[in-house]
Design a protein around this ligand. Structure first.
Ligand code: KIV
Length: 298
């Protein structure tokens, strides 16, 4: 059966049917195309691009313009997966009108929904986005835009109070209209309770096996980005090592003169070759080059 365009509604139906939801980040056309062809349900243009694509230390540095630039590229490579744009730091919590405007920019760039970080405290923002007909994905637990408030990339929800707050945050996000909620770096038992308490899918990252779906940063799971390896991360391939090998082999062949060989070069039409070679050996090349320049530029 042909894979069909994923929608937020279909993701909720997947939860109802007990089918796992598979999601990955992407930031450019080439990766997004491969991910989409792999029949992944949802592609998040994550603000993690701040680190894995742009080399910043946190997600806080990436701007709206940069996020939009990457969202456009991803959208060109995707036919089926639901594309979610990750609203960056300062793009939605300063002013609700800005939040709606910036979310709209993601939609114009090709995203079909946006993701925002935060719980009960951001309900007015979620509400405004939903009222503007923009689909919203929530994100609670370790929300990386609050990394300095947390004092680092620390597991959240480890006290009774914190666990209760996460469950109530999820309930409130669902009631406000979120179609899915990312649970990041929280104990699996808390994630399991949250997953039972809401009818919309939970998408875990460092939240154990009982979430309705999972998400990973593509550069992390492929072993391309190696600056930081959290406990939950599994490498599903060692593409970083493959790239290193390929770049090394290319360097070696260029230096030894074995690449390119004639199999990887273009032929000049045989009949005309002699005339070019005759001209080349008899012409005053410096004088001809000067004449060509004068003709072009006076
Ligand atoms: O930016 C991102 O990649 C994310 C996921 C890790 C959920 O927010």
């Amino acid at each position: 059966m042909a894979f069909q365009k994923m929608t937020a509604k279909k993701l909720v139906e997947k939860k109802q049917k007990g089918q796992k939801i598979v999601t990955i980040t992407s930031y450019d056309y080439a990766f997004a195309k491969i991910v989409d062809e792999s029949k992944i349900d949802l592609i998040l243009v994550g603000d993690s691009l701040s680190m894995v694509m742009l080399g910043h230390k946190t997600t806080l540095a990436v701007t709206m313009d940069e996020m939009i630039h990457h969202t456009r590229a991803v959208a060109r490579g995707v036919n089926n997966a639901l594309i979610v744009g990750d609203m960056p730091f300062l793009s939605y919590k300063v002013d609700i009108k800005d939040a709606v405007y910036n979310a709209g920019r993601f939609i114009q760039a090709g995203a079909e929904a946006v993701k925002v970080e935060g719980g009960t405290e951001i309900l007015p923002i979620v509400d405004a986005l939903v009222r503007a007909d923009i689909q919203v994905m929530g994100h609670i637990g370790l929300t990386p835009q609050a990394v300095y408030k947390f004092g680092g990339n620390l597991v959240q929800g480890k006290t009774v109070e914190a666990a209760k707050k996460l469950v109530l945050d999820a309930k409130n996000l669902e009631k406000a209209g979120c179609f899915a909620i990312v649970l990041e770096s929280i104990p699996w038992q808390v994630a399991k309770l949250i997953t039972r308490s809401v009818s919309v899918p939970t998408i875990g990252i460092g939240a154990g096996p009982h979430c309705d779906g999972q998400i990973l940063v593509i550069h992390d799971m492929l072993g391309i980005y190696t600056d930081f390896k959290p406990k939950f991360l599994k490498h599903f391939g060692n593409v970083g090592e493959e790239i290193r090998k390929a770049v090394g082999a290319y360097k070696d062949e260029v230096e030894r003169g074995t690449y390119p060989d004639l199999e990887h070069a273009y032929e000049f039409p045989k009949g005309d070759l002699e005339s070019v070679e005759t001209w080349f050996s008899s012409a005053d090349l410096d004088a001809e080059a000067e004449r060509a320049k004068a003709k072009k530029h006076g």
